[in-house]
Design a protein around this ligand. Structure first.
Ligand code: GRF
Length: 195
């Protein structure tokens, strides 16, 4: 299958997914990285990984519908059939949701439905939960609300700091997301949704 990754930041999940594609673990071709932050480190990573990039500034468009129309055009041109959000810090709008219904997946650094939205790791740390974690879910119109595909828990150590929790969660993400993507794409091929 042909996939696109969306990111806004450092891109460590993009890197993990791309490496799993390179080893053959994920049966896919990464056709495009979509990035709304032209200065983000993920763009350097994409260049090193030979992933084509479409980057844009939202404020250069009149509305979300306009930049999403441009994104959909680029995705169709590249033959993309699945989208994986990896730290894309924008709510997906109806233009993209309509074009890729049921084909957009996100990773969120909490055990949803706990701690949706920004700084989920900080929220979990401040709440002093004993079990934090990571969720992979389908994207709907809400903020981190779509159907859950898989989750992995992370136990808070007695002496856990916000930074050590973040490291643990990132390690889990880099293992969980490629595994879920592999499963979804393999199932999609079996169901005849994609090649
Ligand atoms: C990840 O923790 C992801 O779950 C969240 O944003 C972070 C992105 O990290 N939504 P990176 O850019 O992949 O390093």
């Amino acid at each position: 299958s042909c996939i696109a990754l969306f990111a806004s930041g450092s891109g460590s999940n993009v890197q993990a997914i791309a490496e799993a594609v390179q080893t053959g673990e994920i049966p896919a071709h990464i056709a495009l990285l979509v990035c709304d932050q032209p200065d983000a480190y993920v763009i350097k990573r994409a260049e090193q990984l030979n992933i084509p990039v479409f980057s844009f500034r939202a404020k250069e468009y009149a509305s979300k519908a306009e930049f999403e129309q441009e994104i959909v055009h680029r995705l169709r041109e590249a033959g993309v059939d699945f989208i994986f959000l990896a730290g894309y810090m924008r709510l997906i709008g109806e233009t993209l949701l309509h074009a890729y219904r049921g084909k957009i997946v996100n990773i969120h650094p909490s055990l949803l439905p706990a701690f949706p939205g920004k700084d989920a790791i900080g929220q979990a740390f401040n709440a002093q939960v004993k079990i934090a974690g990571v969720t992979v879910h389908f994207v709907d119109e809400g903020m981190d609300t779509g159907p859950i595909i898989d989750q992995e828990s992370v136990r808070m150590a007695e002496d856990e700091t916000r930074e050590s929790l973040q490291r643990k969660i990132q390690e889990v993400e880099h293992e969980l997301y490629p595994r879920v993507i592999k499963k979804l794409l393999t199932e999609a091929v079996m169901e005849g949704i994609t090649e």
